[in-house]
Design a protein around this ligand. Structure first.
Ligand SMILES: Cc1ncc(C[n+]2csc(CCOP(=O)(O)OP(=O)(O)O)c2C)c(N)n1
Length: 565
């Protein structure tokens, strides 16, 4: 490709075009004025002006999670960047591919405490997969190419490009590299065959094998191959919060979600199994409970594209580094090559787990007096099924959504797992809706969480992005209150939100449609109306304030010690 002479801002626009970016999210300011001037002139991609930088990054994140593509956000220096940090950290802990462009003060002013100067590279080091400070115009094309490559390859993550203002106006030769070659970064995508054969041998003789599926299965687009593996072997499987949707919810081999608010069957299976095959999961503390008791009878297979994740929390017997999809294909191939799999060997195990499933299903006491949050989620699932993407905030409502929505396909459930960021739902829902316009996007939120990024309702209204927000309103910081109730002898320190705004009026003030809901009939009617009206909506649903999320494994307890009632 012949080189062109462009300034830094033009280079950025050109790189975004060459990367096939269709939508970016951002918020302007002094340090990115040159970039915004070029955004004004172009018509390759849509720019969504959010109302807060955290909203911009969560929206890019929601877009990435729903589409599987890289999300892009642009922010200014100083407070613009610090506002974005929570969004960047949220994406980092859930391995979401983002490229964040932050403006920086001119090179000559770096280190002078200049107006709106902050060390973005220093601050973001622990919460980005990689970051760059662009020091001269000639390196900009290469840095941009590498940023996209690093963000989406291997274990994905956010990459920051900090762009000083003078460089965004300096001219140089634009020669966008076709390929990236980084000497110190070459992700292994193919698993070691000898090791995979050993796993197949172990799998064939295990009496209590179990698939433990994590968010890596979604990132690797491994849902189909994992389902084939399950069909072939009938080995039971459980999903982490981040993997909800990998296996259709009604699949007989699926035991449900594992971990702190996992099902009885899933947690008991994890405790009792003799071969645990981790497919893109990272042994998070919300899953393991007490580490020394975790899967203590099992040999452990850990398949992960990130070598640094293997053996980090739990000692493993069979480490396999590789892309999950490839490794699962190889496992299936070696099973067939070695004469297939005898399902009889796990009959007793399957029978036991089926018994656990039927004797201890997820349950709640419904009421005719007051709406139960579990009923609300189940009803949304019944009405919308596969037509919806479900996004959440963080708290009890998030767990009820994970437990009671009948997820059926990967990327249907979008939630902040690792960081647990309140305020994620609405902006992430906005990004998800832009990625999947033919889906109805429901944001399940709490009356605490929704106020953390409520301003993005304005963006939704302005940009005609019809996210439907459902507040499970208990006038409490419910999840924190639940911990105070269980572990702090009901000392409810600062979790009462009795005084809240009128969410209907607030929504109307932004130009959306609001509904206050107290009965089952009102809920069904409002949801149908919200879907039909196709504008941003807020369903303020009054729920039972005292409801707890159960089962619950107390923090640090073994998985078999669940609070059930
Ligand atoms: C940004 C942020 N601050 C604080 C917390 C701690 N936290 C976890 S859940 C929760 C309560 C959430 O309340 P609400 O959104 O009303 O949801 P509910 O639990 O009532 O469903 C809090 C404060 C958090 N996860 N994120």
């Amino acid at each position: 490709m012949p080189t062109k002479r462009l300034n830094g801002s033009e280079m950025l626009i050109e790189a975004l075009r060459l990367e096939g970016i269709k939508v970016i999210f951002g918020y302007p300011g002094g340090a990115v004025l040159n970039v915004y001037d070029e955004i004004f002139k172009q018509n390759y991609f849509r720019h969504i002006l959010t109302r807060h930088e955290q909203g911009a990054v969560h929206a890019a994140d929601g877009y990435a999670r729903a589409s599987g593509e890289v999300g892009v956000a642009i922010i200014t220096s100083g407070p613009g960047f610090t506002n974005a940090v929570t969004g960047i950290a949220t994406a980092y802990t859930d391995s979401i591919p983002l490229v964040i462009i932050s403006g920086q003060v001119p090179i000559s002013q770096i280190g002078t405490d200049a107006f709106q100067e902050i060390d973005a590279v220093g601050i973001s080091r622990p919460c980005t997969k990689h970051n760059f400070l662009v020091k001269n115009i000639q390196e900009l094309p290469r840095i941009l190419k590498e940023a996209f490559y690093i963000a989406k390859s291997g274990r994905p993550g956010p990459v920051l490009v900090d762009l000083p203002k003078d460089i965004s106006a300096t001219y140089g030769e634009f020669d966008y590299p076709q390929e990236v070659s980084l000497r110190t970064y070459k992700p292994t995508t193919k698993g070691n065959s000898r090791q995979i054969k050993k796993v197949v041998e172990a799998l064939k003789i295990a009496k209590k094998p179990l698939f433990y599926i994590g968010g890596g299965a979604i990132i690797s687009n491994a849902s189909n191959i994992i389902q084939q593996l399950i069909e072939k072997t009938q080995i039971p499987a459980l999903e982490t919060l981040m993997a909800r949707g990998i296996i259709p919810d009604n699949h007989p081999c699926l035991l449900g979600m594992v971990g702190m608010h996992g099902t009885y069957a899933a947690n008991m299976a994890m405790y009792e199994c003799d071969l645990l095959i981790s497919l893109g999961a990272r042994f998070d503390d919300r899953v393991t409970g007490k580490v020394s008791e975790f899967a203590k009878y099992a040999k452990i297979v850990h398949i992960d594209i990130d070598p640094s994740s293997i053996g980090k929390i739990i000692d493993v017997n069979f480490p396999i580094v590789g892309d999950l999809k490839n490794v699962c294909k190889d496992i299936l191939h070696f099973i067939e090559e070695s004469g297939g799999y005898d399902k009889n060997i796990i009959k007793e195990w399957r029978d036991l787990l089926t018994k656990y499933k039927t004797t201890h299903p997820l349950k709640y006491n419904d009421s005719s007096e007051i709406l139960k949050p579990q009923w609300v989620i189940s009803k949304i699932g019944e009405i919308l099924k596969d037509k919806a993407l479900v996004v959440t905030d963080v708290g009890q409502h998030q767990m009820w959504a994970a437990q009671f929505y009948p997820f059926n396909f990967p990327r249907q459930f979008i939630t902040s797992g690792g960081l647990g960021t309140m305020g994620f739902g609405l902006p992430a829902g906005m990004g998800a809706k832009l990625a999947k316009e033919n889906k109805i996007v429901i944001n399940i939120t709490g009356d605490g969480s929704i106020l953390m990024n409520i301003q993005e309702l304005m963006t939704c209204v302005e940009q005609k992005i019809p996210v439907i927000n459902v507040i499970l309103n208990n006038n409490y910081l419910g999840m924190v209150r639940q911990w105070q109730s269980f572990f702090y002898e009901n000392r409810f320190s600062h979790t009462d939100l009795s005084l809240q705004p009128d969410f209907v009026k607030l929504t109307e003030a932004f130009g959306g449609k609001g509904y206050r809901i107290e009965t089952k009939e009102e809920f069904e009617e409002a949801l149908k109306d919200a879907i039909h009206s196709n504008i941003p909506c807020m369903l303020d649903v009054v729920i039972d304030r005292m409801e707890h999320v159960l089962p619950m494994v107390p923090g640090g307890a073994p998985l078999n010690k669940m609070i059930l009632e």
